[in-house]
Design a protein. Sequence first.
Length: 83
Amino acid sequence: MKPVIIIAIAVVVGSVAVFSYFQLSANSEEMLLSKIQAKAQECIDGIASQGPFNVDMNEVEKCDKEFRLLKSQYVELTGNYLP
């Protein structure tokens, strides 16, 4: 009887661990997508506020690097590519 109880406990603990892992991954993906969207909006607003003739190319390059880093983190986490 004891081996059956031990196996049942192991199955329950394993199931909870797997569920927790996938739940954490889903939350991380949503959080990262939200961060990407916020960074994109921040960059667009910052560059647009400079006016059409006063765009600071250093700011554009900085935003581009940050955005690419976030996209690569998303690809690492999910295996899915963003356009």
